[in-house]
Design a protein. Structure first.
Length: 50
């Protein structure tokens, strides 16, 4: 469930349609993980690097 609209959501969905790998980067706590998990398809792999 999204509490706040993600202004990059459509752009990310378009990129996923033509790419196998997508990297989301940005400042801490801007919603990268929330967006990635909300848009991930079943069977997809979510990875993070710290």
């Amino acid at each position: 469930m999204e509490h706040y609209p993600r202004w990059q959501k459509n752009r990310v969905l378009q990129a996923l349609a033509s790419r196998r790998v997508l990297i989301l980067e940005g400042p801490r706590q801007c919603g990268k993980t929330t967006l990635a998990k909300a848009l991930s398809a079943k069977g997809s792999i979510y990875r993070t690097h710290r």
